[in-house]
Design a binder for this molecule. Structure first.
Ligand SMILES: [Zn+2]
Ligand SMILES: [Zn+2]
Length: 332
């Protein structure tokens, strides 16, 4: 077996490091799970031991329960596991999100997890980690995906909210409950009106505040009737539910990278879509992947065909990992 295969291979539970006998973001039941970040498609219950970055720990406890055996280490610190040296490096995706660097006999692989090099005031900045092999997500791996700076999107959201207020409407904005919602909240102008959040969003706010992230005052939705002039941030999971239907006279918006696709908004009956993603866009993917200097690249989380072709033409040995093991990001 080659050294690269001892560092990382694909099993039915997910990515496996034989040199250290651990899995990354696995499903099923394993002895040791090394976790990139606290999103539910990466952090699952059922493992005997967990390892994550320090700022991820409290989010992971909230996600999978504090009775689990969760160990954490600071970003950048190397920990020996079997014959592997493991360290976490900021991925810029959500608070505490990490890329995982694995070094065995001087050979270095990095598993990106979900990442974005774009600026985000609510999480640690992405760190470029030089490596021989890079496993990259490619959720938005097509050239049509090009993000605008986040300030621009925050401005558009505030403008939409203000206009709705002037028209005597409330504003209901859907955003993924962990990460995206806090990023949206961090950009809201509280001079416009009161800010509310669904409990699923609200439950993560203290984690962000404790990490030093500035957020405006946010009230938990609690039986109020009149939201005229207010904005409510809620998870997409409740979009088609009785919880949402009880709000009258509100305009509906959605903040997601998927809003870049024409038709998504109409299909779902949103009044307004905001293209705000916590994943890298096409240029972000290409810049990061070439920036690592990796000679071998494997793509996960998305249709990697276009990116794989592009990188191969650039002379990088690129392939797409078996998609059945890695789910697509549904709502980011
Ligand atoms: Zn994620
Ligand atoms: Zn993901």
């Amino acid at each position: 077996m080659s050294l690269d295969n001892k560092i990382l291979s694909v099993r039915k539970e997910g990515l496996y490091c034989e040199a250290g006998d651990f899995y990354i973001d696995p499903r099923g039941h394993t002895k040791r799970a090394v976790i990139t970040h606290a999103h539910s498609d990466h952090a699952r219950v059922g493992h005997r031991n967990y390892l994550c970055s320090d700022p991820c720990k409290s989010l992971l406890q909230t996600r999978i329960g504090s009775k689990n055996n969760i160990e954490s280490i600071p970003f950048g610190e190397k920990k020996a596991i079997g014959n592997a040296l493991v360290s976490f490096h900021p991925a810029g995706h959500i608070l505490g999100s990490a890329q995982i660097r694995i070094e065995v006999n001087g050979r270095i692989w990095v598993v990106s997890g979900d990442y974005k090099p774009q600026k985000d005031r609510t999480c640690e900045s992405f760190e470029l980690v030089p490596c021989h092999g890079f496993i990259s997500e490619c959720t938005f791996g097509l050239p049509v995906y090009q993000w605008q700076p986040e300030e621009k999107i925050h401005q558009k959201i505030n403008h939409w909210w203000d206009k709705n207020k002037k028209d005597d409407h409330g504003s209901m904005l859907f955003a993924y409950s962990l990460g995206k919602a806090q990023r949206v909240l961090g950009g809201l102008d509280s001079n416009i009106g009161p800010i509310y959040a669904h409990s699923a969003v609200h439950s993560f706010l203290d984690h962000y505040r404790n990490a030093g992230v500035h957020l405006p005052e946010v009230k938990k939705v609690n039986g109020e009737k009149n939201f005229s002039g207010a904005i409510v941030i809620a998870p997409p999971a409740v979009e088609d539910s009785s919880w949402t239907r009880k709000f009258r006279n509100v305009k509906i918006g959605f903040a997601s990278g998927w809003m870049a696709i024409r038709g998504q908004r109409r299909r779902k009956n949103f009044d307004r879509g905001f293209v705000l993603s916590d994943h890298a866009d096409w240029k972000g993917l290409v810049d990061v992947i070439s920036g690592t200097g990796a000679e071998i690249v494997k793509l996960t989380h998305g249709n990697g065909d276009a990116l794989s072709r592009f990188l191969t033409e650039e002379g990088i040995n690129t392939s797409v990992l078996n998609q059945s093991v890695f789910e697509r990001e549904e709502l980011e």
